[in-house]
Design a protein around this ligand. Structure first.
Ligand code: BYC
Ligand code: FE
Ligand code: FE
Length: 475
């Protein structure tokens, strides 16, 4: 177990003190990060004391440290999972060779691009969520939001460390750019589509943490296999934080569903309008938000067929999630069957060399992982005696990247006429009216123990503390 050094300006377990030049570069970036945080991080609450968890070591028990912190004083730092002795490359053409502690010159630009793309999503999500505190449904949820936000801030630090430590001047410039692009900015948007979508309400926040943070999980799992060992170790530690973000999403959606079911019982009706009049979110609207965020998150995996992905795999740069669970780590003579539109309004199957289909392999692992929450939520619905079910739409629905980009596919996966798609999309995706209704529910509740009417009280505790604890103290 390695203990983190908290005495320094930048807490770390990478012996920053032993590398003065790197330390100076990061100390130069630190005030810029803080300026960005104060300007584009959580609105209004920079002064509040927030009951936050801070990692004090990189093993499982290192998370036990809770206390009140003002967010700008959070100990953001650089933590890598412990180094594995004699670690070997686990896949691709270089299988079995020792991993790299330095970046090989021939892979420099592709590694930089992956690290920048990963790094870009972290501050993007903080920007997307910056106004949510103003409409939090409870102090408990407000704390959870801020916990997610500071950890995404740390994920940015993780990638900036790699850029500074291993990519010289280019890396330092990229680190500046990570603070210069902004979510939704017309001139300098964030790199990936989903990270430019507004998250202006808490239903969207829970969908985002359920689906989009889960993309993070699978991308980090793929990068945790990388032959570039510092990247692999960085991602392994980030994954411990990611699990919590997805919990926030799963529990949040579960609490919304539970409240909706309670209201349906109370009023004796499943009618969406009646449910809305009673101040809860009807299941059909929840489904439309699922359809939106799931389809958007699927695009984050890239095209089904990608030569970028094939060469990243061949060269040991990016593996499959849980690479050890596969039998053949070379993936040379295998194919992957994918579905593509046949150009005549139907679907056909195509066999793609496995290495070129790595994005699809990762996406399928993601889709399977998304199911767990639905089983739980549908059990709640079933137990309440209702027939309705929430479901994942077809992965071909509303895609903007890959073979199905722009194809008129219904949530059940069938290809429909374009006019039919346009005519029916209001039943499949959140409408303006849905957005206005959801926003009308978003009123801030900050009395300890109180919860807004559209979501049921939390069933889980924070560090053994009940839901009426004063998780955030205002000044
Ligand atoms: N939007 O060959 P292709 C997280 C680009 S989430 C816009 O199929 P490739 C988090 C692509 O870049 C995890 N552009 O793609 C969650 C490429 O551009 P170039 C984030 C897109 O290279 C919540 C072109 O299209 N981490 O951590 O195989 C809160 C051709 O595509 C999109 C990563 O993404 C899109 N959706 O793979 C906070 C890991 N999709 O080269 C944080 C790092 C693709 O033609 N990134 N394009 O200019 C990667 O591994 C890869 O870059 C991708 C795409 C998986 C994104
Ligand atoms: Fe993250
Ligand atoms: Fe996350």
């Amino acid at each position: 177990m390695s203990t983190l050094n908290y005495q320094e300006r930048i807490p770390n377990n990478v012996d920053l003190a032993g590398n003065r030049q790197l330390q100076r570069a990061l100390e130069h970036w630190q005030p810029r990060f803080l300026n960005w945080w104060k300007e584009l991080g959580p609105e209004r609450y920079q002064d509040a004391d927030v009951y936050l968890r801070t990692a004090i070591s990189v093993d499982e028990n290192g998370w036990a440290n809770y206390g009140y912190v003002k967010m700008p004083d959070y100990r953001w730092g650089i933590f890598l999972a412990d180094q594995e002795r004699d670690r070997r490359i686990g896949f691709g053409d270089l299988y079995g060779q020792p991993v790299w502690q330095q970046v090989p010159a021939e892979f420099r630009s592709v590694l930089r691009r992956l690290i920048v793309t990963q790094g870009d999503t972290e501050p993007a999500s903080v920007e997307q969520q910056r106004l949510l505190g103003l409409t939090c449904p409870s102090l408990y949820d407000l704390r959870n939001l801020f916990q997610v936000n500071v950890e995404e801030g740390r994920h940015l630090w993780a990638m900036v460390y790699l850029l500074h430590a291993h990519f010289g001047r280019d890396g330092r410039e990229e680190a500046e750019e990570l603070l210069a692009r902004h979510s939704g900015d017309a001139d300098k948007p964030r790199i990936l589509g989903t990270f430019n979508e507004p998250i202006s309400d808490w239903l969207s926040f829970f969908m985002f943490t359920y689906f989009t943070d889960r993309d993070g999980k699978f991308q980090l799992k793929s990068l945790a296999e990388s032959a570039f060992d510092p990247l692999a170790r960085s991602c392994r530690f980030m994954l411990t934080e990611e699990a919590y973000h997805m919990h926030v999403g799963e529990n949040g959606i579960g609490r919304i569903v539970k409240r909706t079911l309670d209201v349906m019982k109370e009023i004796g009706s499943e009618d969406p309008e009646a449910v809305r009049r009673a101040g809860a979110i009807d299941l059909a609207t929840i489904q439309r938000y699922v359809n939106f965020w799931f389809s958007s998150s699927l695009d984050l995996f890239g095209s089904e067929q990608s030569s970028n992905a094939a060469s990243a795999f061949a060269n040991g740069i990016k593996g499959r999630p849980d690479e050890a669970s596969f039998e053949d780590h070379l993936a040379l003579d295998q194919v992957c069957e994918i579905e593509v539109p046949d150009g005549a309004g139907a679907m056909r199957r195509e066999a793609v060399p496995m290495r070129n289909a790595m994005n699809e392999v990762t996406r399928r692992a993601f889709v399977a992982d998304c199911e767990a929450g639905f089983i739980r939520w549908n059990r709640l619905i079933q137990k309440s005696g209702y027939q309705a079910r929430l479901f994942l739409p077809s992965p071909r629905f509303r895609r903007a990247i890959g073979a199905w980009n722009g194809q008129p596919v219904a949530p059940d996966g069938s290809i429909v006429a374009r006019e039919a798609w346009e005519a029916r999309k209001g039943g499949w995706l959140p409408t303006e009216a849905d957005g206005a209704f959801i926003r009308s529910l978003m009123r801030q509740v900050i009395e300890p123990g109180k919860v807004a009417g559209w979501i049921s009280p939390p069933a889980r505790k924070v560090n053994h503390l009940d839901a009426d604890y004063e998780f955030v103290k205002f000044h």
